[in-house]
Design a protein around this ligand. Structure first.
Ligand code: GLV
Ligand code: MN
Ligand code: MN
Ligand code: MN
Length: 392
């Protein structure tokens, strides 16, 4: 079954009628359905499926062992995400493995857990736990928007999150195929590219506290409205990021509480996503935005607390693997990206690389994310070629 038809099989799973697109979050009904679907598809291909201590799914061709060629991506999504971010790499990996004959090293398809941080807020949680990039105690204390902890959810699933040296030690090469998330390949006029770097990025939570009050009865001069400094952060993020070469800063999530039209909020939580191509520019940019937040909070008589929820340094994919990929793909271009990936987390530990498939809309993390069928099949064929060359 082709990558296109595999994607078609899951086209209705987790469709979000409110936001549009897909919402598939760790262990929600849609994500569970995808786990079962993945397991079934893997079994049909003669692969043995295991779930590691962090909830990542591994489908092994033959015996699990060292120096394995591991390929895959993730099945979860952002809220209201596209059909390709994650699943494209998983279905392409399943397709590629199906065509493989007599590999000379172990081969596995992987689906990482909670790549988007859509439920617990920290991206690449499955790969960060696996590699020890996040302290398990910190991960276990994370809460979803309903207040349920990662500790509760993983205990219920029979998982014991933590660094997994045995699983990590088996990976000899990791390759993730992914839909391109910007206009890089459209501009290059190429269907495929080899990943070069993932820029440094992180997430920061700002909590503003003011005085909840009546929207009609409270004089403007008497207000301590936390929405004012929150709005200042939104504007400062754009203004300050536009002064730093290649920087991006975004507030995509902002929660005023209690959340009534005729109620001045008592608190506002907002999350800042900041990314800069140079490691030593990210935190200074966030510091400047934080200063703007403190000034605006003081002006309105509000308090602000800021905490770093995640941070990943610039990741550079393995140069030897990149060269092999470019050769095998007939001189495909290389592309840096501002999007985070599990491959970038793994790159600090094992030879890791990425292949990108052209996205004609240039839109991602939104329903308009797209890849033409021909390009999907090109990507899957390229992955199969690479897999054959590097494992037979
Ligand atoms: C993951 O998709 C990210 O870069 O946010
Ligand atoms: Mn994504
Ligand atoms: Mn992704
Ligand atoms: Mn009233």
């Amino acid at each position: 079954m082709s990558a296109v038809s595999l994607l078609g099989e899951i086209a209705d799973v987790g469709r979000d009628r409110v936001r549009g697109g897909y919402s598939r979050h760790l262990f929600d009904p849609a994500e569970r359905e995808l786990r079962e679907w993945f397991t079934e598809q893997a079994r049909r291909r003669g692969l043995d499926v295991e779930t590691d201590r962090n909830g990542n799914l591994w489908a092994w061709l033959g015996e699990p062992g060292p120096n394995a060629f591991v390929t895959g991506s993730h099945l979860d999504s952002v809220p209201g995400g596209g059909a390709f971010d994650g699943p494209l790499g998983v279905v392409s990996a399943l397709d590629a493995v199906t065509a493989l004959e007599k590999p000379n090293r172990p081969v596995a398809v992987i689906a990482f857990a909670e790549e988007e941080g859509g439920r617990f807020g920290v991206p690449c949680l499955g790969s960060q736990l696996l590699t020890g990039a996040i302290d398990p105690a910190r991960a276990l204390a994370l809460r979803d928007p309903d207040g349920v902890t990662f500790a509760e959810v993983t205990a219920q699933a029979g998982l014991e999150p933590g660094r997994d040296d045995e699983a990590l030690g088996r990976i000899g090469t990791f390759l993730e195929l992914h839909v391109e998330q910007g206009r890089g390949l459209v501009d290059l006029g190429s269907p495929l590219a080899v990943g070069s770097t993932v820029i440094a990025h992180g997430r920061w939570r700002f909590t503003f506290t003011g005085q909840g009050n009546h929207a009609g009865a409270t004089r403007i001069t008497d207000r301590h409205d936390p929405m004012l400094p929150a709005a200042a952060v939104v504007a400062a993020a754009r203004r300050l990021a536009s002064k730093v070469e290649g920087a991006r800063a975004t507030v995509g999530r902002l929660v005023p509480k209690p959340g009534g039209t005729n109620v001045i909020a008592s608190t506002v939580d907002l999350w800042l996503d900041a990314r800069v191509p140079s490691d030593d520019r990210v935190r200074p940019l966030v510091d400047e935005i934080a200063e703007a937040a403190s000034r605006a909070a003081a002006e309105e008589g509000c308090e602000v607390k800021i905490s770093e929820e995640s941070y990943s340094r610039t990741a550079t994919f393995d140069t030897g693997l990149r060269e092999q990929l470019r050769d095998l793909l007939g001189g495909a271009p290389e592309l840096p990206t501002g999007a985070g990936h599990d491959a970038a987390i793994l790159a600090a530990h094992v030879p890791a690389g990425m292949l990108y498939v052209r996205n004609p809309t240039g839109v991602s993390h939104a329903p308009e994310e797209f890849a033409e069928d021909d390009d999907v099949e090109r990507g899957a064929r390229a992955l199969a070629d690479v897999l054959r060359h590097l494992s037979t």
